[in-house]
Design a protein around this ligand. Structure first.
Ligand code: UFG
Length: 327
């Protein structure tokens, strides 16, 4: 298939692009490079450097490349930033997304896989979280992603748009070529590895007084390659109708302290830690039930071992000590 990947220069987008290419698809990456990296884009794709709100370029891209389906990953995704600047999140995650849907309608493209988030659930009462759990986002990031999910549902009813909304838990790890390189970095695993590499002094643990076994927050880390493979399965199922899936590994999840400890084992280096205050908006525990996508599409997160995830991220960091900068 000929697939448009919006946000294909980003961390997850670049790995999804790799997987689509190795599955034999033709990929056009559409990215404004506000957060993504040109160096992460595979030479086997066409690259369109533009914004989704640029209706003319977007329309031309659909026509020129005869796009058949879309994987929509272009978004802002920092919870804290979204609380400070909700306008940015509604603009980039909702308004720009609607521009994409309208361009799809104009081009007659009916299939879309959307990068959604566990942040649509907010602070759920039950763990693991099933797709049927109530949506009560506690920040504009989750709210803007949920608003786009609602648009998808209505576009499906009215215009026969078929969508798969994939609610990511904590994407982590790296492929051989593509890894996580944010500026500033806010995610736990790269921060712990930066401390191991000596490019930061320590990891600050955001609170150790949560109602969890060791007092630190528990999350569900999923390897970015497993995550990417789920997109391919979801694309293949769209003919049978729209759907929403969680993407996580389930189980008990891992606490912040367990992640730091695993990073020490993998790197063989000291990682100093300090306990700081809680980060506003952090739920104590977020663990997925991914039974639905496993059952319906046969998704099998083969790389779910935390050490395998961290090891891949560490290898990428050692090979790319400056991330994509200087490549
Ligand atoms: N943490 C620390 N110290 C740090 C960084 C993180 O203690 O320096 C903690 C956080 O408080 C959290 C855990 O490590 O408990 C994981 O934090 P991340 O920032 O790596 O990931 P989040 O769980 O906050 O965020 C992820 C995605 C978001 C998504 C969210 C869903 O990155 O896009 O899950 O809740 F919104």
């Amino acid at each position: 298939m000929r697939i448009l990947v919006t946000g294909g220069a980003g961390y997850i987008g670049s790995v999804v692009t790799e997987e689509l290419l190795s599955d034999g698809h033709t990929v056009v990456v559409y990215d404004n490079l506000s957060k993504g990296h040109r160096a992460s884009i595979s030479h086997s794709t066409e690259f369109v450097h533009a914004d989704l709100t640029d209706a003319e370029t977007l329309g031309q891209t659909f026509a020129q490349h005869e796009i058949e389906a879309v994987v929509h990953m272009a978004a802002d995704s920092l919870v804290g930033e979204s609380v400070e600047n909700p306008a940015r999140y509604y603009q980039n995650n909702l308004v720009a997304g609607l521009c994409l849907l309208n361009a799809m309608r104009a081009a007659g493209v009916q299939h879309i896989v959307f990068s959604s988030t566990a942040a649509t659930y907010g602070e759920p009462e039950e763990q693991p979280i099933a797709e049927t759990a109530p949506n009560n986002p506690t920040n504009p990031y989750g709210a803007s992603k949920l608003a786009f999910e609602h648009a998808l549902r209505w576009y499906d009813k009215a215009y026969d748009l078929r969508y798969a909304s994939l609610r990511y838990f904590n994407a982590a790890g790296a492929s051989e070529r593509c890894g996580e390189s944010h500026d500033p970095e806010t995610h736990l695993i790269p921060i712990a590895l930066q401390a191991a590499a000596g490019s930061r002094t320590h990891v600050e643990i955001y609170g150790d007084d949560y109602p969890t076994p060791d007092g630190t927050c528990v999350r569900d880390y999923v390897h970015v390659i497993d995550l990417a493979r789920a997109h391919i399965l979801a694309l293949g199922a769209l003919d049978q109708g729209s759907r929403i899936y969680n993407l996580g590994c389930g189980g008990a999840g891992y606490s912040v302290r367990e992640v730091i400890q695993a990073a020490r084992r993998i790197t063989g280096r000291p990682i100093p830690e300090r306990v700081g205050p809680r980060r506003p908006g952090d739920p104590a525990i977020l663990v997925a039930s991914a039974d639905k996508i496993k059952r319906e599409l046969g998704w099998n997160p083969a790389l779910q071992d935390l050490e395998v995830i961290i090891e891949s991220a560490w290898r990428w960091m050692l090979t790319n000590p400056n991330g994509y900068h200087g490549t």
